[in-house]
Structure formats: structure tokens, C-alpha cells
Ligand binder design. Structure first.
Ligand SMILES: *[C@@H]1O[C@H](CO)[C@@H](O)[C@H](O)[C@H]1NC(C)=O
Length: 223
């Protein structure tokens, strides 16, 4: 009886700590190689290790070594890490569950789509993955877009058609509360109704024709 109750308490505690996000355990007896370790925390439990990953907005997963209660946190995406895992006796590696090719930045998964398409085609391609074309809602999300975009120019999910000058979310028609225009933008009038982000720049938005071709970033909510 006591054993059963104890197991129940342990189970409930794990569920509580996991409610923010799901971890997948590839169940390898492997740990992260040093090139993929962002941070090492010593003498903690596995639950403390998973919580440390969840509160770290760039954490993609962790490896826990039970014998010496060591926690290794990684910021590298799991596809890269899985190729580099090295054997370490008794280690358990967990990754945050993400769609293929996506990287976690706080509450969202992001993926750079490396094909030049028009605005409508990019939106559709993100929907096909069960995601949306990216649109930063604040300064911090703009920073994430710059990290994912690595200096290339990408579409944003925004336009001002049919009300010239009223910039809105293309999918929801909600008027934007955050914008990040380059100096002297937008300047294209009715000929330039869509938005691109030059991710090398802090102030990055430019209005262009929706029929132009650019790469894009897909984004979805993790929790
Ligand atoms: C896509 O955007 C819509 C509208 O903002 C939102 O309700 C939905 O949760 C988003 N989808 C994903 C998968 O994040």
C-alpha cells in the first residue's frame, strides 16, 4: 500500500513538472558530447534538471547522469545532437518534443524555410506543416527571428491589404500592436502590401509586393 502511494506521489510530481512541455526520451544510453553542452549543473535530481531546461528559453533538451547526479543542458537542435551522441554509461538524454527541423525559442518552435516563394505560398506551406508563417509580437521575438534567419531576408505574416497603412496579421486580420520598420519604411503605398524582415538588422521591416519571392520562417506555439 505505502509503496503504491509513494509511486503515485512520484508520478504526480513528474506530471506537474512536465505540464509546460513534453520531453521525448530517445532512450539511448548516451550523453551529449562537450561541443553540444551549453551548461552543466552538478548534484541535482532529474526533475530539477528538466525544470532547468524548461526555464531556459533556448534549451532543446538535457542529459542526466544518475551516478553523479550531473545535468547537461543543450541549446543545439536535436537532429544535430543525435548525430553526435557518445556513449556514457547510465546516461539518459531527453529532448523537447518538436516538429522535424524546428528549434525551440521559449514558447515557440521555429524553422527557416529555404525556398524563395511569394507571400501566399509561404503561408500555405507553413499551414501544411501545422504551423503559421512567423510574425514577432515583441522585441524578444524579433531577436529570435534574427537568430533563426541568420541574416537572410524572410517574409513576415503581415500586410495592409485592403486598407492602405493599416498593418495587420494576414491570417487573423488583427491590427498589429508591435511593428519593427526600418527607418523610412513603409514607403511602397498600394504597390507594396506585404512585409519582409531583413534579419541582419535590428530595425528590419520593409514593405514589398506580396508577389515577390523570399525565404520564410514557420512558427508554432509549444504551449
Ligand atoms: C496559428 O495562428 C492562429 C491565429 O493567431 C493561432 O490561433 C494558432 O494557435 C496558431 N497555430 C499554431 C500551431 O501555433
Amino acid at each position: 500500500m505505502t509503496v503504491v502511494m509513494l509511486m503515485l506521489v512520484v508520478l504526480l510530481k513528474s506530471v506537474e513538472s512536465m505540464k509546460l512541455m513534453k520531453f521525448i526520451n530517445p532512450s539511448f544510453d548516451h550523453c551529449l558530447t562537450s561541443g553540444h553542452v551549453q551548461r552543466t549543473i552538478t548534484d541535482v535530481s532529474r526533475l530539477t534538471c528538466s525544470s532547468a531546461c524548461l526555464v531556459d528559453e533556448q534549451c532543446q533538451g538535457f542529459c542526466f547522469l544518475p551516478p553523479d547526479r550531473t545535468c547537461l543542458i543543450t541549446h543545439t537542435d536535436q537532429t544535430t545532437v543525435l548525430q553526435a551522441l557518445q556513449e556514457t554509461a547510465g546516461a539518459v538524454t531527453y529532448f523537447i518534443e518538436l516538429k522535424e527541423g524546428f528549434v525551440r525559442k521559449n514558447g515557440n518552435g521555429y524553422r527557416l524555410m529555404q525556398s524563395s516563394v511569394n507571400h501566399g505560398t509561404g503561408r500555405q506551406a507553413c499551414w501544411n506543416l501545422g504551423t503559421n508563417m512567423s510574425l514577432p509580437k515583441n522585441e524578444k521575438e524579433s531577436q529570435y527571428i534574427r537568430e533563426i534567419g541568420k541574416g537572410v531576408t524572410v517574409w513576415a505574416l503581415a500586410d495592409d491589404d485592403p486598407h492602405e497603412g493599416t498593418w495587420k496579421n494576414t491570417d487573423t486580420d488583427e491590427v498589429l500592436t508591435y511593428v519593427n520598420w526600418m527607418p523610412s519604411e513603409p514607403n511602397g503605398g498600394t504597390g507594396e502590401n506585404c512585409v519582409i524582415e531583413a534579419t541582419a538588422n535590428i530595425k528590419s521591416w520593409i514593405d514589398v509586393s506580396c508577389a515577390s519571392s523570399y525565404w520564410y520562417i514557420c512558427q508554432y506555439l509549444l504551449y
